[in-house]
Design a protein around this ligand. Structure first.
Ligand SMILES: [Fe+2]
Ligand SMILES: [Fe+2]
Length: 357
């Protein structure tokens, strides 16, 4: 039997302008496949380029490729096709209540072992230096200081997860042994940080100095973390746990300032809409604001904090306790999408802003 994906691909050759969701629905009509298919099978159908940029294109009519202006589907590269799919994993869809609960409880791990204390000391030294370099202060922070801080922070935060996944992957290949489910969570974290960076880049640009800092942080910190990971993987997870604690503090502070009238961040950011890519990623409502995206970023960081502090306490051959959570998250995101619903993050505040406008 031809799979749903294969049928979608075949249809796409003839209807390049039609969104994936629609093709998938068409392909599944009259079959039992759609009901039987798990969300893993259909997850790629509804996170296409059209959902990131313009959901209104969903009304596209069926047009044969010969009559459309898009390049021939067999010759066109993915980005030249109107319905090119982006590979984005389905993130946890945060609710307003979950985010508020996490904002109210900024957990900080108390170092116990010598390794914990060393990692804690290194991380907080880096944090204070970073504050000094970026000119970050907790009150009335200049907008520019926050912008380049977020770009540097997010670009560096994507390193450890990917590096740890790489080490575990190679170890599996080398020792002919299984991974016990860690790699997926680590890659998911790396992708999540990369999405944070992409979302920030939609809101502000990186100058020359910021780009130098990004490169410097990657060049210096990657070998440092890799060297520690070879000897003591738990120490790196502990370090990342502390790094995420500082990220939580930063985001909580930024959210507070954006919501506090009279601050530079309130004036600059309170009225900004969330970019389309953020709305698609966290399933935010069409009216979502930039502050809603910041809240979701904060919640993601708190999740990284908890995951890494957990990994730090585990043996490397312990089964990953977060595997079932990924499945549940993907199911929730898929159901929201398939029912045309969105997360409740910031909805009432968004409405308040709309009324004043
Ligand atoms: Fe992040
Ligand atoms: Fe993070």
């Amino acid at each position: 039997m031809v799979s749903i994906q294969a049928r979608v691909c075949i249809r796409r050759l003839y209807h390049p302008g039609v969104p994936s969701t629609r093709l998938a629905t068409k392909c599944c009509q009259g079959t039992q496949d759609f009901k039987g298919a798990s969300f893993w099978n259909v997850r790629s159908f509804h996170v296409g380029k059209e959902s990131l940029e313009d959901e209104s294109k969903d009304n596209t009519t069926l047009v044969h490729f010969r009559e459309s202006k898009t390049p021939h589907p067999l010759l066109a590269k993915p980005h030249q096709q109107g319905n090119a799919e982006l590979s984005i994993s389905l993130n946890h869809i945060w609710s307003e209540e979950e985010i508020q609960e996490r904002l109210d409880n900024l957990y900080q791990h108390r170092p116990k072992s010598l390794t914990d204390k060393i990692m804690h000391r290194i991380m907080w030294s880096l944090y204070r230096s970073f504050n000094w370099v970026t000119g970050f202060k907790p009150v009335n922070t200049p907008v520019r200081a926050v912008e380049w801080r977020l770009i540097v922070l997010e670009s560096f935060a994507g390193v450890p997860g990917f590096m740890a996944a790489m080490f575990r992957h190679f170890r599996c290949l080398r020792t002919l042994q299984r991974d016990h489910g860690w790699i997926h969570t680590l890659l998911e974290e790396a992708e999540n940080e990369r999405m944070h960076l992409l979302i920030c880049m939609k809101m502000f640009k990186a100058g020359f100095v910021t780009r130098c800092l990004v490169i410097g942080a990657q060049v210096l910190m990657t070998p440092f973390l890799a060297a520690i990971y070879v000897v003591n993987p738990g120490a790196v997870h502990r370090f990342v746990g502390y790094l995420e604690e500082t990220a939580c503090l930063t985001y909580a502070n930024i959210i507070h300032q954006v919501q506090t009238k009279g601050t530079p961040l309130n004036e600059a950011w309170a009225h900004l809409r969330a970019p389309g890519i953020a709305k698609a990623y966290w399933k935010l409502s069409e009216d979502a604001m930039w502050i809603d995206a910041l809240k979701c970023m904060f919640a993601d960081e708190s999740n990284h904090r908890d995951v890494n502090h957990t990994f730090a306490t585990m043996n490397s051959d312990d089964p990953n306790p977060f595997v079932s959570k990924h499945r549940k998250d993907a199911a929730v995101a898929w159901r929201l999408d398939s029912q045309g619903l969105s997360a409740d993050v910031g909805c009432h505040k968004t409405l308040e802003v709309k009324k004043k406008e």
